[in-house]
Ligand binder design. Structure first.
Ligand code: PEP
Ligand code: MN
Length: 339
């Protein structure tokens, strides 16, 4: 932390700040220039609020220079985290992965058809919600356990890995045998009790950025899971709420390289929720891969016009197949490949 004192700060004020910094565990280096005194605090106390210093008497400015997340920060594993799945698929290395499928599991025929279609196009994971966080209580809420069973069955039949959303602590144990990745949705990014519990399981978690969450808040949420001992966390940019109304959300492509720099965790992009409009999804998917995403989460349905949820942002199977071909070209242009 750096504290720049005001020009007229008294020696008493400087001493007071210095003592407070030392109490927190900082080693304090003092530089007194012609006009002002600078206090540089070295050391890494995790828990302190720089605002406490900003409002103290005699302080002109105070900055935090170390990150508040230790385990999620790039420094913890400079080489990056690679998550390896049972069939040898990896996330976080030079091969980008694609997770695709419908927003919700609707019935047997739908999920089996979707699985065959996304697999044929090159997806390695099948997505599909069994528990759905819907804005309206009257909307389709998901098939629950029946949906999970269908996902497992189709996963075993096709070799696709399964990712599905967990909405509350009581669902974790229930879902354990059926999914390969727990998805934490945007609305639950700051459900800290859920995150803590997911820190105790030994199964990968895909953590979506909250609807109005900053990048730092996303990383602090990941820290909750990591601090429980579960290091297999993937981050996902899925669009944030801005003043723009043309698109459902504003896909923050810049979050991808920012997260890659700040953290060692794999970063995925979700262009479907990112824009919410089918015809814009391929462009955002290509942009995410070009920006360095380690993978994508994309909604694909055998017949999106009849989808129970998120139809307008869901790709037709043919669109997805074409997109996968384009993604392979983009990936190779940026030194990657698509697994
Ligand atoms: C989803 O993936 O279908 C979903 C509900 O996503 P989000 O949490 O990003 O809205
Ligand atoms: Mn959806």
């Amino acid at each position: 932390m750096i504290v720049a004192m005001q020009e007229r700060a008294t020696e008493e004020q400087i001493q007071h700040i210095t003592e407070r910094m030392m109490e927190l565990g900082f080693k304090v280096h003092r530089t007194t220039g012609a006009v002002q005194t600078i206090l540089a605090g070295v050391g890494t106390p995790i828990v302190f609020d720089v605002k406490d210093f900003q409002v103290m008497d005699g302080v002109a400015e105070a900055y935090r220079i170390s990150s508040p997340y230790k385990l999620a920060g790039r420094g913890f594993r400079p080489e990056g985290t690679v998550i390896t799945f049972k069939n040898g698929v990896t996330v976080g290395n030079s091969e980008a992965v694609v997770m695709a499928g419908p927003c919700s599991v609707e019935n047997r025929e739908q999920i089996f058809t979707a699985a065959e279609q996304v697999k044929a196009a090159g997806a390695k994971f099948l997505r599909g919600g069994a528990f759905k966080p819907r804005s309206s209580p009257y909307s389709f809420q998901g098939l629950g356990l029946e949906g999970l069973k269908l996902l497992r069955e189709v996963g075993d039949a096709t070799g696709l890995l399964i990712i599905s959303e967990v909405m509350e602590i009581s669902q974790i144990e229930l879902m354990m045998p059926y999914v390969d990745v727990f998805q934490v949705g945007a609305r639950n990014m700051q459900n800290f009790n859920l995150l803590r519990e997911l820190g105790l399981v030994r199964k990968p978690v895909l953590l979506k950025r909250g609807i109005a969450a900053t990048i730092e808040e996303l990383l602090l949420s990941a820290e909750y899971i990591l601090s429980g001992g579960n290091y297999e966390v993937m981050l996902c940019e899925r669009g944030i709420r801005t003043f723009e109304t043309y698109t459902r959300n504003t896909m923050d492509i810049s979050a991808i390289p920012v997260l890659k720099k700040l953290s060692h965790l794999p970063v995925l992009g979700d262009p479907s929720h990112g824009v919410g409009l089918r015809d814009k999804v391929p462009a955002m998917a290509r942009a995410a891969i070009a920006a360095g995403a380690d993978g994508l989460l994309i909604e694909v349905h055998p017949n999106p016009e009849k989808a129970f949820s998120d139809g307008a942002q869901t790709l037709f199977p043919e669109q997805f197949t074409k997109l996968m071909q384009e993604l392979r070209l983009i990936a190779s242009a940026v030194g990657r490949s698509i697994a």
